[in-house]
Design a protein around this ligand. Structure first.
Ligand SMILES: CC(C)(COP(=O)(O)OP(=O)(O)OC[C@H]1O[C@@H](n2cnc3c(N)ncnc32)[C@H](O)[C@@H]1OP(=O)(O)O)[C@@H](O)C(=O)NCCC(=O)NCCS
Length: 268
């Protein structure tokens, strides 16, 4: 949005599909909402977002979503609804200490990782779908050089055909924490090995921390300590009749669920 011929406020838009049972909702992710300091407090960001929502609605998009790093009341005024956004912390000492026969995730493991993910996700009533482009982006992100003092640990336990369990994580020694971005498992055998795999990835670190995993994955972990996130609060604004029907049908279950709806990897 321009003022005096300059960019006063801006944001980025991302297109993702959200599968809800057999229906696909077309979702627009809104990221990087920013108003240049001299223009703040004059309604630019509110006007920009209202324009975006009108434009997306007119273009036939079903819903908009974002991750709020500020007080969510700002986005609530524009019609966004806050969804559970938690972290989960596990003590490494509470995890299975047996050796999981893990190896570093190699190029050849990716098809198995994708199959494992797809199996777990197909059991969920609703999820962001990941097409080839999303997977390419994730692989790049998960293979990138970590920040100074952090180490990437992507591990798999292989089975004859494919992957029994995998974890994508960062070791953050200055916080004594293994930061888990995603994990997956196939079948009872994969699920049973997950805690030992997390422990192997953590090594000598004291705790494992992650965003609260979605249903189907969360149950494979010990109870741990959930806490409410102060930033990256997930919010949705249903735009179409289909999305409003989805929210009427699922909203109260989503708000009351012990697991959060999405993986951190789907953050925009
Ligand atoms: C947040 C931001 C985009 C608001 O832009 P803006 O053009 O000033 O917004 P508007 O003028 O439309 O609305 C102003 C209202 O935003 C709200 N707001 C601004 N910063 C806020 C914050 N950190 N927490 C909660 N609400 C905030 C306030 O209600 C404010 O109203 P007030 O000025 O009467 O107190 C801007 O402050 C910014 O660029 N901040 C840095 C980047 C950022 O945090 N982006 C949001 C990421 S989710």
């Amino acid at each position: 949005m321009l003022a005096d011929g300059r960019v006063a406020a801006s944001c980025k838009l991302y297109e993702r599909d959200l599968r809800w049972d057999g229906t696909t909702l077309r979702a627009t992710g809104v990221g990087g909402v920013f108003t240049s300091p001299p223009y703040r407090g004059r309604g630019y960001a509110s006007a920009l977002l209202a324009l975006v929502l009108d434009g997306e609605r007119a273009a036939g998009r079903d819903l908009a979503y974002l991750y709020s790093d500020i007080h969510p009341a700002f986005y609530q005024r524009l019609g966004f609804i806050g969804l559970p956004s938690r972290r989960l912390t596990l003590r490494v000492a509470s995890l299975d200490g047996s050796r999981p026969s893990a190896v570093a995730l190699a190029e050849r493991d990716w098809p198995g990782v994708r199959r494992t993910y797809a199996r777990l996700e197909s059991a969920r009533p609703w999820t962001f779908t990941r097409n080839a482009r999303v997977w390419r982006w994730l692989r790049k992100h998960w293979s990138a050089q970590p920040a100074r003092g952090e180490q990437r640990v992507n591990l798999v336990v292989r089975r004859k055909r494919g992957v029994a369990t995998y974890v994508i994580a960062l070791r953050v020694p200055r916080k004594d924490t293994l930061w888990v971005e995603e994990f997956g498992f196939a079948g009872d055998d994969g699920r049973a090995r997950l805690p030992a795999l997390l422990r192997a990835a953590a090594g000598d670190l004291a705790r494992v921390r992650m965003w609260m995993p979605p249903p189907g994955a969360r149950e494979a972990l010990p109870r741990g300590s959930p806490s409410v996130r102060k930033n990256a609060i997930f919010m949705v604004a249903p735009l179409s009749p289909a999305a409003r029907a989805w929210w009427r049908a699922k909203g109260s279950d989503i708000l009351a669920a012990p697991s959060d709806p999405f993986w951190v990897a789907d953050h925009v």
